[in-house]
Ligand binder design. Sequence first.
Ligand SMILES: NC(=O)c1ccc[n+]([C@@H]2O[C@H](COP(=O)([O-])OP(=O)(O)OC[C@H]3O[C@@H](n4cnc5c(N)ncnc54)[C@H](O)[C@@H]3O)[C@@H](O)[C@H]2O)c1
Length: 252
Amino acid sequence: MRVVAVTGGGQGIGRAIALHFARAGYAVSVADSDATAGREVLAMLRATKIPVLFVQADVAREREVKSWLARTRRALGPVDVLVNNAGISRKAPLLELTPRDFDRVIATNLRGTLLCAQAAARQMVAARIQGAIINIASTRAFMSEPGTEAYSASKGGIIALTHALAISLGPYRIRVNSISPGWIETRDWKKKAKAAVPKHSRRDRLQHPVGRVGRPEDIAAACMFLAESAGFMTGQNVTIDGGMTVKMIYEE
Ligand SMILES: NC(=O)c1ccc[n+]([C@@H]2O[C@H](COP(=O)([O-])OP(=O)(O)OC[C@H]3O[C@@H](n4cnc5c(N)ncnc54)[C@H](O)[C@@H]3O)[C@@H](O)[C@H]2O)c1
């Protein structure tokens, strides 16, 4: 049985990725800093009858990352697929952004991605697994609203880290790609205490050439494609945004 490790898999897009891989027959290991979200996804995963593990961990901390992936190997086997999905944003006007907030976003989104990729790659190399690493970036790596310096920088870093990792891990036949989601509606994928029924205006929908806002399932399906069907792809970024970032907007 193949093993997938998903960071930030407790809720939102990560929860959809964890469930999608479980339904495809993968053993699933989730790390999330939110224990409540983790317990909820564990119960959902158990219903699929596949072997599962949840570990509360902060991806920015090397010790916690190493411990999560070591426990994953002991419980489920070495990792075949890693999805670096955990991410945070601290929207703040540029002139008020603190170095501390900037560092926290970079530590979670960028250092966390590196730490998990390193630890998972060590397992893949040791077990001679020709694995796949998928990093969740964002369309905000390429375009911005005001006050998103930390988040945009972290996501731009993930795109660059992805091609660097792809080159370093190429000799081991480990492929590394990123996905840049656009606007993905996650309110109905949040933990119970925060979940809500999504509502979108006509304008929201029409910003997207495909005529709707994105869903976590759209990203989960792309992760599966990169893991299973993209043997000739590495170091690449795939934008999944319903066409939003290729649409010109002229407002009168
Ligand atoms: N939702 C969107 O529109 C969108 C768009 C582009 C990119 N993304 C990216 O997709 C990923 C998932 O986003 P989401 O909208 O599902 O977010 P979310 O907040 O719903 O879920 C993120 C999960 O990551 C966990 N997490 C946060 N910091 C962590 C840490 N240090 N260690 C371990 N777990 C941690 C949270 O507890 C949470 O369960 C993020 O990387 C985000 O930047 C989301």
